[in-house]
Structure formats: C-alpha cells, structure tokens
Ligand binder design. Structure first.
Ligand code: BGC
Length: 720
C-alpha cells in the first residue's frame, strides 16, 4: 500500500514538474517570438537609440512600437532621489524613500534572510518610483580598508558576499525590478579607478574577485550587471572580451544586459564587440556617446555587425519583458511600516559589540538619572553626503533621538557635540587638516560627562569622510575624536564608546583604554531606535565583523606588500588569494579585531563538531553538525561559522576559508543543533595551469567557530 501511494505521488510530482517545465518552455518560446518580432520591426536608428543613455539615469524607448524607455536608479542605501541633469536634486516632494543600512552593515548581520528582505523592500519601492533597474547590490571585495566605498560594499570574503548577493538579487527581482550587480570586476579602490589596471593572476580572480558575481548570475539569475571603471590586465572592464564575453556570457550563460558604469565607456567598436550592451553616463551630448552616432557609423562601416547589435537589443528587450513590459507585475509600495521594520531589523542585527569588559551594557536603567550623549555622530544623519549615491530618507532617527525615544523623560540626556564632523574636501583631497581637536567643544563634552551617570561618546566616520571617488589616507579617527574620547574617559569611568562607520578605523587606543566599545554603521532610517535597543538590552547584539581590522595599516596585505594604490597606473594584486583574514591567519599576524568577531550579552557553549560521514566523494555534500548552548541569561543569536583548511595541499592555500555559516536564535538556557552543509565541489581551488577548478583528494579539516579566530572545534574528513 505504502509503495503504491509513494509510486502515485512520484508520478504526480513528475507530472507537475513536467507540466511546469513545459509551461516554462512554452512561455519562453512565446517570449522569444515576441522579441524577435520586435527586432525585425526596429530600424537601425531605433536600435541604436536603445543602446545608450538619453538622460542621467534613463534610455530612450521606441514610441512607434510601444517600447518604453528604461529608467535606472541608484542604491544601495535606498531608491535615490530624482536628479536633474548635472546631478542636482530635482527638488521633488514625491521621491523620498526608506533608507536601508549600508552594505557593510548588511554584511555584519551575516543573515541572508535580511538581504532578501532588503532586496524585496527596495524592489517594492523601486516599482512605486518606476525605476526598472536598481543599481544594486554592490559587493566589490574589501581588499584595502581604505577604499572609500567599503561602506557600500559587503565584506572581504567571497563566500559571505555570495550568500548575501544572491538573496539581495532574489529579493529585488521578485518584484519585477532588475538588479544591477556591480562593479564587474576588481574595482577595489577609488584612487585612479578610471585609469588603473588591476594585474592579478587567474586563480585570484576566480577565487576572490568573481565568486559573488558568479553566484548572482548563475544562482540568482541577475538580469543586469555593471562593468567597472578600471582595467583588468590592461583592458577596460567595459570592453574586456575575456570578462564580458568569455566568462560572463559564455561560461556563466548571462542572459541580461551589461551596463557600463556612468561615463565608463572608452570606445565604440571594441566595447560593442567585446560584450558591453548599454552605455550609460550623465551629461554631455548624448547623441555623441560611443554607443550613439559613432555606433551607427560603425555598423554602417561594417565594423560592428548587425548580429552584434541585435543580440544587445535582444538582451534589453528580454530584461524589459521581465520589468517595465511585464504582464501582471507586483504592485509597488513606498515607505511602508514593513519597510521600516526591515531597516530596523537589519540595523539591530548589524551592531557589533566589540568590548564589554565591565558589563556596562546592557545599560541598567534602574536608578539611572542621567546620560551624557556626546559627539557629532549622535545627531548626524547619514542618508546623504559625500560624492555618490544617497537616498532622500523619509525620516532618519538619529542616535540621540533613538535614546530619547526609548528613555523618555525619566532620564536626563546631556548632549554635547564634542567635535565638528564638517568635511568638504575637493574630490581628491585626503589631507589630515580635519584632524584637529576642537578644545572648546571638548571642554563642553567633559562638563556634560562629569555631571552624568554614564557618558556615551559617538565617534567614527560620516558620509563625507567615507565617500565614492576617493580613498581615505589612513585609518585615523578624524576630527580630533580620539582626544575627545580620551578627555571624556578621564572624567567618567562609565564611558561607552560607539563608533559609527562603514569601514575599519584605528581603534588601538580605544581598545586598550576603554572598557566598553560598540560598533555601529550608517544604519538607515531606524538607526537610533535600533542602537538604543541594543544599548538598553531589548536587542542582544549579534553583528559580526565582515572584515578584519588591522592593528596597523601596514599589516593589511595590500599595504604590507606595497601593492596599493599602484604605480604607473598599474596595481598588482601581489597578495594573490591571501585577502583579508586569509592573509592575517596564514601569515600569523594578530589583527586588532578579526573577521567574524562580535560579542553578545550572553555566552554560547559549543559541543563537539560532528560530520555525517568521514569520507566523501567529489559530488557529495559534507554535512557537519554542532550543538550550541546558550549558557547565559539573555536570548541571543549566534552565527556559527564553518571554515575549512587543507593540510599538505599541492598548492598554496589560505590557513582557513569560510565555507558555510548559519545564524541561529537560541533562548537563554536552550540549545540548538546547527547543521551546515558544504558541497565538496566548493573545496576546489582554481588551477592556473589547466584553467580549471580542481578538488584535491585527501584530508580536509573543518573548523567551527564564533569568529575566524575563535575556533571552538575541528573535525576531519577525507575526499576521495
Ligand atoms: C558609480 C555607480 C553608480 C553610478 C550612477 C558611478 O559613479 O560608480 O556605482 O551606480 O555612478 O550614479
């Protein structure tokens, strides 16, 4: 009987799958027919008009055939406000949006589910604003802590990046909005980004700089991708046949549009033949763009074939049929309470507790009379600023407002500015003249700290200090913040330092001298509420650092090897695959804070790591299980991190590499059995000689930990 039921269920399942697949084939056939029908009707002039920008974020449609234009818009912080030509605000009152936490904040949650919600909600807002291509997510690898866009990007680890990128893309595209994953590829510094050539070996490219792009394309089917400004091996990414045609379109079977970064196209014939589909930029005479009149001329001169043009039009129409021309698209929404909740949840899970030696946190409010809230970053808003994309936030709760909201009138808040975070540099000015302490502001802060039970000092960067188009010069805290922290700490033993930033800073002195340190980010519309909830213990901090903080800049690989920002417009990635913790761990260099680090108000105990089997074939998945017990008083979320190491490898290997992780909620006194799965194929290295992925047979060590350096247990498996 059981067998019979099983057999009929199997048949039904098969038929359902068959019917679904058949329906899909039929609908994709119908779509193909529609697209080729349109291509036949378009004149060459109309086709060319679809291949380049005609406004700061838009392209022309073909009204004769009912084809609309395509509007793109920036993230990643949210759907950007409308701009006029020349990048000035259009001064509308209808273009405010939810401000989502910055990229490295999202990465610090180590929660792909939140990346999905971020994408979903931004997709809904983009629909409402009629922006069919969102220029997100951005996830270039944090190769140097100085990169001005570190705050926009995710992390230094390709695996963490991949898991977040896939979910962000799924979330956005589920709303019928194309994600544009960027910047493809190896755009890891802002200095000379428009001219520098990145020199790196194939293994490094494949293992470090491409995996998240590959995952976004092959797993999440990203509909568009943005070519980076820089060159790779001497060839601009926007006209790089190896990157765009060989890898992206042939190997990964990318079906969507390759979009240039704004003003990042450098030729007509090369770019057209080597894989670029759409030239974007802002300003100037759009009809003179490389993909405008010059492309028309090149087609007429036989330098670019009609087949090449038609393929581009096919890609554009294919994306349009999934977005602006889709039937029954989901409805758009803007600034909803659900979107605020997503912004709040990301912020709440992103905050990293770095030090809590005296257990000042969570703040004990019983008998609490006064708190000094000190520092410009307590009142600063982060949705706009600097050069590059921001969002006109419908609202942004500052840290000060968040504390006031949560504490009410019962606790007196004594605010002092402490320093002025004003920084209006020329685009490439990275001088340190902004580092001088303001003695008058510090004196006011000291007075406020003296008369308060606790002092919370907010320091860090801001959206001017960390910005697109420039890198920071060093890791020093700006605006005399260190002097402020020192002065306040000297007069109030209950001083809590909150660093608000999107990239690593030098916290050496604070780590040594201060008992209590919290790391927060450019944390979106709900910034202050989430932070106050963490400080007051309503939320148990669960953020984990998505990148290594070096003790000194020269400990970081690119700087240790003098391989940044390059010479003669070439930057050699001499560290190869040893980026981030891979370098620190392999070279046994102690970081200030390691990758994956973060404390909690509770404690977790890890039992013995177990694997389902001891030996695996190359097509299997390794299953590892560990019991984690919350032994403390607070419910919490622990991120279990699984690294692998390959002893006696035939090739150079990093000491360890992240291969799986899972964030789990565990009530106080309870335990969770955490199961992690690693496909054996993910243990492969890329062989420079054969240009292939190779899974080495032999013994591998699995290391489970609460961070890359807090390893709680190991187990070995053999790959046959
Ligand atoms: C940035 C892109 C952005 C584009 C449009 C460029 O400067 O590199 O990330 O999407 O401008 O604003």
């Amino acid at each position: 009987m059981k067998i019979k039921i099983f057999a009929s269920l199997t048949i039904v399942a098969f038929m359902l799958t068959f019917t679904k697949a058949h329906a899909q084939t039929q609908s994709s056939q119908a779509l193909e027919a529609k697209i080729s029908g349109i291509i036949k009707k378009l004149t060459i002039e109309e086709k060319i008009s679809m291949l380049h920008a005609n406004s700061i974020f838009g392209t022309a449609g073909v009204p004769r055939l009912g084809i609309p234009g395509l509007m793109t818009d920036d993230g990643p912080l949210g759907v950007r406000e409308d701009l006029k030509e020349g990048w000035a605000s259009a001064n509308l009152t209808t273009d405010s949006a939810t401000f989502f936490p910055n990229g490295s904040a999202l990465a610090a949650t180590w929660n792909p589910g939140l990346a999905y919600r971020y994408g979903h909600d931004m997709g809904e807002e983009a629909r409402w604003r009629k922006k069919w291509i969102m220029l997100v997510p951005a996830f270039n690898i944090a190769r140097t802590p100085l990169c001005g866009r570190t705050y926009e990007y995710y992390s230094e680890d390709p695996f963490l990046n991949s898991r977040l990128a896939v979910q962000a893309v799924n979330g956005i595209q589920g709303q019928g909005i194309a994600a544009c994953v960027k910047h493809f590829a190896a755009n890891n510094q802002e200095v000379e980004r428009g001219r520098v050539s990145v020199e790196l070996d194939e293994r490094t490219l494949r293992e470090i700089y491409l995996p998240a792009f590959k995952a976004a394309v092959t797993e999440a089917n990203a509909w568009t991708i943005m070519s980076a400004y820089n060159k790779i091996r001497g060839v601009y990414c926007s006209e790089n046949p190896y990157l765009l045609n060989t890898i992206l379109k042939d190997e990964w079977k990318f079906k969507g549009i390759v979009i240039s970064d704004w003003g990042g196209t450098h030729s007509t014939v090369n770019a057209a033949n080597n894989g670029l589909d759409l030239e974007m930029g802002s300003g100037g005479n759009y009809s003179k763009y490389f993909f405008a009149q010059p492309l028309l001329d090149s087609v007429k001169a036989g330098k670019v074939s009609m087949a090449v043009i038609d393929e581009k039009i096919h890609r554009i129409l294919w994306v349009m049929y999934h977005t602006v021309m889709a039937t029954n698209p989901p409805a758009g929404k803007i600034n909803t309470p659900e979107h605020s909740k997503t912004a709040y949840d990301i912020a709440a899970e992103s905050i990293v507790l770095l030090k809590n030696e005296q257990h000042l946190l969570p703040l004990n409010t019983s008998g609490l009379k006064s708190i000094a809230v000190i520092g410009d970053n307590a009142t600063e808003m982060f949705h706009l600023g600097g050069f590059g994309a921001g969002v006109k936030a419908r609202y942004e709760v500052t840290a000060l407002a968040g504390l006031q909201n949560r504490l009410g009138k019962a606790v007196a808040i004594n605010y002092a500015q402490g320093y002025s975070g004003v920084y209006k540099p020329q685009r490439r000015d990275t001088s340190n003249k902004y580092n001088k302490p303001d003695t008058a502001l510090i004196a006011q802060a000291v007075a406020a700290a003296k008369k308060s039970d606790y002092a919370i000092v907010f320091v860090g960067g801001n959206r001017e200090w960390e910005s697109e188009a420039r890198d920071r010069k060093d890791l020093t805290l700006p605006f005399g913040e260190q002097q402020l922290v020192d002065a306040v700490t000297a007069v109030n033993a209950k001083t809590i330092v909150v660093v608000v930033a999107g990239a690593p800073y030098d916290l050496g002195k604070i780590k040594k001298n201060n008992s209590t340190v919290v790391w927060s980010w450019y944390n979106g519309s709900e910034n202050g509420n989430a932070l106050a909830d963490v400080l007051l213990g309503k939320v148990n901090p669960s953020g984990r650092l998505p990148f290594t903080f070096p003790n000194e800049l020269k400990d970081s690989p690119a700087h240790a090897l003098n391989a940044y920002p390059g010479t003669d417009l070439k930057v050699e990635y001499k560290e190869g695959i040893l980026v981030g913790y891979r370098w620190f761990d392999t070279k046994k260099i102690e970081p200030m804070y390691c990758f994956g680090y973060g404390l909690s108000y509770t404690d977790y105990k890890y039992a013995t790591l177990q694997t389902a089997k001891k030996s695996y074939s190359k097509t299997e998945n390794i299953t590892a299980t560990i019991k984690v017990t919350n032994t403390g008083k607070y419910a919490g979320k622990e991120t279990v991190q699984l690294y692998i190491s390959k002893p006696n490898s035939a090739v150079e290997r990093a000491d360890k590499e992240l291969k799986a992780f899972k964030k789990v909620s565990i009530a106080a006194g309870q335990a969770a059995n955490v199961t992690l799965s690693i496909p054996v194929k993910d243990l492969a290295y890329f062989d420079n000689k054969t240009n292939k992925w190779v899974v080495e047979p032999g013994k591998y060590t699995l290391l489970v930990g609460a961070s890359s350096r807090d390893i709680k247990g190991t187990a070995s498996v053999v790959v046959k």
